[in-house]
Ligand binder design. Structure first.
Ligand SMILES: Nc1ncnc2c1ncn2[C@@H]1O[C@H](COP(=O)(O)OP(=O)(O)OP(=O)(O)O)[C@@H](O)[C@H]1O
Ligand SMILES: [Mg+2]
Length: 471
């Protein structure tokens, strides 16, 4: 029997049990199942009226019983292409030709069939069935409903729930500017994990500290320790600030709310202060979540210069909102990031309780990063330490670029196995590129950019600080 059949039977059983047991709620359904049935905006958990709602026409959010299974819903939920064909041979399944609904003619038989083919680990992924089999005297799986609930991601982290929330807060006209200013990603959509990153010991310690703080936030609230949970990531471009924030979201299964401050431009100024406010409200409703504010130096720049009054208002709203949000009270972890710590003024610094440094990687780290990003590649005579030696000053992002270059270069020769030589060539290529980039930014270098000028010559002749080439 194929896995496809098992998947579809699980779906049929789950929908059937869920439809009958009214004590189950959406957090008892695995995310891929409930996604199919979730309708409307977001329910009012606290019963109070939320502002910004679109009025009485909105359907109350939730999952309506009974859950009916059709080819379409089954395909969407299980990813099985032809769900009916996958289970049509089984004696206990049935399809109504007219409506296309698939049902279990014999639920008991289906349970037995299913129980013979799954283990406790799989049941723990499905709280609805975990509860059902836990109670059933005929089966002795080592599972509890509670354990499965704990393992299952809450609906607040699902894309459908997030979309519902955003629709509730921002109507159509707001959409465009909001999309520029804030982006919300469900943890399932973040494809960065802590395993993909090489962190310094210091970074690792700080992240461990914050994970522990999140885990024990009730205790911290009890002892009145509230000034915690606002981190500032400081470091040059390409050192992993954004990636680390995303990886934390994935690691802790939290939605990732990203604010791009440079998008607060004069273009939409009238609405910006309001939208900044809304962004923080959204973060609170999404909580627990990570609120990531990139390009934080923008704040200081705006306060200093003689910017438009509306822009200053927007930034002041932002600072006030930051003051009013808390990890302990609102379950929102705030992470700011900047390439220009020197531009931050006291007002900005003061708002963060931990500063985490993202330096350019040293030789050992570079070797580790190279090891990581080449994990799935074939490289003959690969010596990451040697490459690390010749890539002084390069960031993780630069190293990725070097590798990409080497891969593409090898492909031009139809090779998918690289050599150490390829990598060394790509490093050299990268440094030429880098020289070009720097020339562009420096005054007085323009004659070096005249056609026919050779890059090596330009860098050797023009700058005494450039290393000598031995040719
Ligand atoms: N320490 C590292 N370990 C592994 N990969 C890294 C590391 N640092 C950077 N990278 C890789 O480099 C790329 C860029 O990193 P990221 O966008 O996180 O940098 P950043 O610090 O946010 O840069 P910017 O300041 O320009 O926003 C990512 O693909 C990331 O995986
Ligand atoms: Mg970044």
């Amino acid at each position: 029997m194929s896995d496809a059949a098992l998947d579809v039977v699980e779906f049929l059983l789950t929908t059937s049990v869920y439809s009958d047991d009214r004590t189950l709620d959406e957090n008892d359904l695995p995310p891929s199942f409930r996604r199919v049935y979730w309708t409307g905006g977001v329910g009012d958990e606290d019963g109070s009226d939320t502002e910004g709602g679109t009025g009485s026409t909105r359907k109350p959010a939730g999952i309506d019983r009974p859950l009916s299974v059709t080819t379409t819903t089954a395909r969407e939920a299980t990813g099985v292409d032809r769900p009916w064909e996958a289970v049509s041979e089984l004696m206990f399944t049935e399809r109504d030709e007219f409506s296309g609904t698939i049902t279990l003619a014999q639920q008991g038989m289906a349970e037995e069939w299913f129980a013979e083919r799954v283990d406790a680990d799989r049941l723990l992924e499905n709280p609805t069935l975990a509860k059902h089999f836990e109670r059933h005297d005929d089966y002795e799986f080592d599972v509890t409903h509670e354990a499965a609930r704990e393992r299952n991601r809450p609906i607040q982290a699902d894309r459908v729930w997030i979309d519902g929330l955003l629709n509730e807060y921002f109507d159509e006209e707001d959409d465009e500017e909001m999309l520029d200013l804030v982006e919300v990603r469900a943890p399932e959509e973040v494809d960065m994990s802590l395993d993909d990153l090489v962190l310094t010991e210091d970074q690792q310690n700080e992240l461990d500290k914050i994970s522990k703080a999140i885990e024990h936030r009730d205790y911290l609230a009890d002892i009145g320790l509230r000034e915690i949970g606002k981190l500032l990531f400081v470091g040059p471009p390409g050192t992993g600030k954004t990636s680390t924030a995303q990886a934390l979201a994935q690691d802790m299964d939290l939605p990732f709310v990203e604010v791009k401050l440079s998008m607060i431009t004069s273009q939409y100024l009238g609405e910006t202060a309001k939208n900044v406010d809304k962004t923080f409200e959204v973060a609170k409703r999404l909580s627990p979540c990570i609120l990531f504010i990139d390009e934080f130096d923008f704040v200081a720049k705006t306060r200093r210069s003689d910017e438009h009054a509306a822009l200053k208002r927007a930034v002041n709203t932002l600072l006030k909102s930051i003051d009013n949000i808390s990890l302990i009270d609102d379950d929102v972890l705030l992470i700011g990031a900047t390439n220009h710590p020197d531009q931050l003024d006291d007002a900005a610094w003061r708002r963060f309780d931990e500063i985490i440094n993202f330096p350019k990687p040293d030789s050992g780290m570079r070797a580790d990063i190279l090891g990581l990003i080449t994990r799935t590649m074939d490289i003959d005579e690969f010596d990451p330490h040697l490459i690390a030696e010749v890539t002084e000053g390069l960031t993780g992002s630069d190293l990725r670029m070097v590798l990409r270059e080497a891969v593409l270069e090898a492909l031009t020769e139809d090779r998918t196995t690289l050599t150490q030589e390829d990598l060394l060539n790509a490093v050299e290529e990268f440094e030429e590129r880098d020289t070009l980039k720097n020339m562009d930014m420096m005054e007085g270098d323009h004659d070096a950019l005249v056609a026919g000028g050779d890059i090596d010559k330009a860098s050797d002749g023009g700058h005494s600080h450039d290393h000598d080439h031995d040719h």
